[in-house]
Design a protein around this ligand. Structure first.
Ligand SMILES: Nc1ncnc2c1ncn2[C@@H]1O[C@H](COP(=O)(O)OP(=O)(O)OP(=O)(O)O)[C@@H](O)[C@H]1O
Ligand SMILES: [Mg+2]
Length: 283
């Protein structure tokens, strides 16, 4: 996130409350601003309202109270026009995949746009290469492993190249190698001007990846800020039943509580390297 221009919210939720038809209150007076060209994390315990929040941002759920704006316009006025602008990948890939083959699932949205079959094929193969799922293209999606399904579900949205991507728990089921690859891909997308909102209860990933973090607890926003401002605040984290990132825990174990608070592995390593260099200099 850079100058003033990027701070203008692309999506804005104001005092949004949502209750499911069975009476479960999932969100209470939540206000959120999503600036353009940024990576925003929504974190919190199970059942804290992360997925509900993403569905509301996508315009798929209509809150009973509060308002949702996209580029300053009320989401209700935009109706289905917003579909081309906001792509969502659901927490459960089975909600996303329905075609007989992986190829058809990824091609589905492109075919709706009436692209030629040649163009469809080129774009399906391009995204499949990017996500390492080329070998799965002829397989039925319901027979894939959890991690494979998650990557295919991501491909069905990425292939449409929407300016906003809402990713619900995109890292669950992924090996650490695949998760690292996805983190790099998300950073590249942001650097190409995309806006990415993702949910995760993995605080280490939130620390490594996000420009800004919102923390939910029992449907309410309990904290927001830059990752290094909120992710080592034990009081805030405990309200949301979260622990600090691993580098913070290791740092405190070795050095005690100090002014510095590394939240990323690279920050911890840089501090430890400096300390080690100082020690060997003094010897
Ligand atoms: N379709 C539904 N009908 C009724 N209640 C629901 C429905 N979907 C979610 N809820 C409830 O709404 C609350 C918020 O759920 P939500 O799925 O948004 O949480 P979450 O933070 O995404 O959780 P998780 O980390 O487990 O994915 C929970 O109490 C949940 O039980
Ligand atoms: Mg969820």
């Amino acid at each position: 996130m850079g100058g003033k221009e990027t701070l203008k919210p692309l999506i804005e939720l104001k005092d949004v409350s949502y209750t499911y038809p069975d009476g479960t209150c999932a969100l209470k007076r939540v206000s959120i601003r999503i600036p353009e060209k940024s990576i925003i994390a929504i974190t919190g315990a199970n059942g804290s309202g992360k997925s509900t929040l993403l569905l509301i941002m996508a315009g798929l759920l209509d809150p009973q109270e509060g308002c949702v704006r996209f580029r300053g316009i009320d989401m209700k006025e935009l109706g289905c026009k917003v579909r081309h602008e906001i792509g969502i990948v659901f927490q459960d890939p089975d909600d996303q995949l329905f075609a007989p083959t992986v190829y058809d699932d990824i091609a589905f949205g492109l075919r709706l746009l009436k692209l030629s079959e040649k163009e469809v094929r080129a774009r399906v193969y391009e995204v499949a290469r990017e996500l390492g799922i080329e070998s799965l293209l002829s397989r039925p999606p319901h027979r894939l492993s959890g991690g494979e399904k998650r990557r295919v579900a991501l491909a069905t949205t990425l292939v449409l190249n929407p300016p906003v991507l809402l990713l619900d728990e995109p890292f669950s089921d992924l090996t650490s190698y695949a998760a690292e690859y996805l983190m790099n891909l998300i950073v590249r997308l942001r650097d190409f001007g995309r806006t990415i909102v993702f949910t995760s209860h993995d605080v280490d990933i939130v620390a490594e990846l996000s420009d800004y973090v919102y923390i939910l607890a029992k449907g309410q926003l309990v904290a927001q800020g830059k990752p290094n401002e909120v992710l080592c605040n034990d009081e805030l984290l405990s309200k949301a039943e979260l622990r600090p990132p691993t580098p913070t825990i290791i740092y405190r174990e070795l050095m005690g509580y100090g002014d510095k608070c590394p939240i990323k592995m690279s920050e911890l390593l840089s501090i430890l390297n400096k300390v080690t260099a100082l020690h060997s200099h003094n010897e």
